[in-house]
Write a protein that binds this ligand. Sequence first.
Ligand SMILES: [Zn+2]
Length: 489
Amino acid sequence: MIKRLVLLLLGLLLLLALALVANTLRQGSRQLEVAPLPALAVDREAVVQTVAAAVRAKTVSGETPVPGVAAEFDALHALLRERFPRVFAGLEREVVGGHSLLFTWKGSDPARKPVALMAHQDVVPIAPGTEASWTQPPFAGVVEGGFVWGRGTLDDKSNLVTQLQALEMLLAAGVKPQRTVYFVFGHDEEIGGRQGVVQIVALLRERGVRLEWVLDEGLAVTEGVMPGISKPVALIGLAEKGSVSLRLAASAPPGHSSMPPGPGQGAIARLAAALVRLDAQPLPGGIQGAAAEMFEAIAPEMPFGPRLALSNLWLTRPLIERELSKGTATNAMLRTTTAMTMLSAGVKENVLPGRAEGVVNFRILPGDTIDSVQEQVRRIVADPGIEITKHGEGFEPSRLSTSHSDAFRLVERAVREVFPDAVVAPSLMLAASDARHFDGISDASWRFMPIRFDSEDLKRPHGTNERIAVDQLVAMVRFYHRLLTLAVQ
Ligand SMILES: [Zn+2]
């Protein structure tokens, strides 16, 4: 009897193992097979010098307007006009909101939906006190050791310049587009885009323009960033997260510290208890949406162990979600994140404060909303004595573009042709970009820049020692040249 049970159990285990392996093998590579692209001659020195000169224009977006910045944008526009004469002569050009640029490359077939390439002209300031840590001064546009150094070389002037360079080359070759392509260069992306891309979108909407897709900055060709896979992974963002900050406040009668209230009664203690509850309970999440699509695409490219685990989520899901929740980046892909960022109470050591306040920033996963986050927070805090109000405006997450479309395949093809060693995967962008403003007038938005990033490089945008390799700039021109060629056919 026992023997029969053991045999039965072994049989079941064998069946399970077979099912797991079968599932794993059934999910073969999803990568597009492409033929190698003939090499495209790119004027390397011209691109390098243009990016370097663009860095010297200090087009800084600050929380308050930066004095003299208008002249810097004028200088940048003058540079672009000088370096890209065919673009300025051949395309319709509009200046919107002061310094944003909208170029229209008119297509011959009005039945084809237009597309847009985007890049922003502004950069973030240098964090005070970090200037001395730069190997090269941040606004000098130094070319040294195979790199162009400076603020904006990654975010986002390299995209701006290489898009225009690719377009200039296509114009020089006499290419006539079948469909219209817009080039959208905002000037205030780093402070929300309200003067720039928001106005450009309003203008296009007024004209009844409906786009098939837009491509903006965002994810990149990552190397050694994704755990469990040795190949480079080109991540194309299908969506970006939203953001809202909530202010939690507790009030209590002020008084002398010699006679404090009982446990949990003071304003600080009550707020602290609420914050501890919030900290201990992450908002619900899991492998879904863009994250699920990402794992579906990269799993078949992984070694057998992780591939088996990711191909059998019906069994391994809780385990994998728990593991992913441990890493800050992977956790942020699974859920709306909770980050405590500000805290204030009290003015004197011997006075009980009448009020204690904390601000918590939530980065909202597509699917959640500002309202639903607020509701969840109320539920977790579970204290009607804690006031919960919005701090600032916040913005909703973008919609999720589908990767099951010809439009996605087109971008994927260009990536595979120019970066043949890379695996392409849809993904979720954790930061914000101007692309979200297009949600209402385009069918899809892709967030991808053709730049290779290793884990060291991830610290450079908005950080110290931002720089880009000269070889990367050449690859960027090749990518945009190929993408535009495919798009306008
Ligand atoms: Zn940017």
